[in-house]
Write a protein that binds this ligand. Sequence first.
Ligand code: SAM
Length: 312
Amino acid sequence: MPRITPKTLLKAYRINPLLPLLLPECRTIDQAKIEYKWLSQELPLKKKNYNNIRLLKACQLRFRHYPLQYILKTQPFGNIIINCKPGVLIPRWETEEWCLKLISNVKIINDLKVLDLCTGTGCIPILLAHSLISYQKNTNFKGQLIGVDVSPIAIDLAKENSRQLASNIDGTSLSSVLQFIQGDILNQNNIINKNAHFDIITCNPPYIHNFIRAASVRCYEPKLALYGNLIFYQNLIDKWINRTDSFIYEVGDMNQVQFLYQKLKTLNSKDTWKVGFAKDSNDQVRCVYGYKSNNTRLPMNHIFEKFGQILC
Ligand SMILES: C[S@@+](CC[C@H](N)C(=O)[O-])C[C@H]1O[C@@H](n2cnc3c(N)ncnc32)[C@H](O)[C@@H]1O
């Protein structure tokens, strides 16, 4: 990464003495100005002619690579705002992107059953539930969405996010279809009622297995949410595959896609699975997905028709 030159620092200082503190994360003066505007909108002066200490502290935190969303305490996700706090992964645009793509294919289904594993802030099931309820305003959405996470901080935040949104829209429907459960999907059984069967399992698992370059992520976001490799994809095969008609798992690379593809190809099951992968708008492989091509309640081939590229 190129160094920030003294000339750029001086130029930024002359515009605003706090801007140089934002440059290490923002890299350009224009981006630093945008971020400064966001910070000053969220942390406005409480009194006239009073030094804005909160704003100064926020800029100092940014200088130490502290994530912007932990300072602002929110992150937009689709058309909703998700509360963020340290200890819980900040929702990413890559996740938002595939989530919106899924929503556009399932929004008319009024009894969709979704299990979101590794739910974090709850962004995936909350956006899904919110979108389906809003879209189907004349009918009564009767589906069910469950989010599971091992972290009690995450589950508390997911519940808070769901409550907050419920008070903004038709509260009764959101809280009656959405549920969050704390549990360790790798080591615990019976987190979910053993008879429950889902149309879709979504999951953005910890999948990073190499060095994280971004200091804001490496130093401040929870390691529990970041590091992993194949273990959560193996867990899908071991524990969940017989309990769903389809799945979408976020991935970091093509090896993780191939791993699941091979496992499903050799799975001893009466079901036939189609497996594919989808790229994000940065042209990076971002999801592996699969659906049964027989014995399903919903037309899975239709739902996943344009989701990505089928491997088999
Ligand atoms: C990459 S984050 C995804 C969070 C959220 N779904 C999102 O997309 O922003 C992974 C999540 O998995 C959770 N997690 C890690 N190990 C787990 C386990 N064994 N069982 C359940 N959840 C786990 C972490 O607490 C974290 O919230």
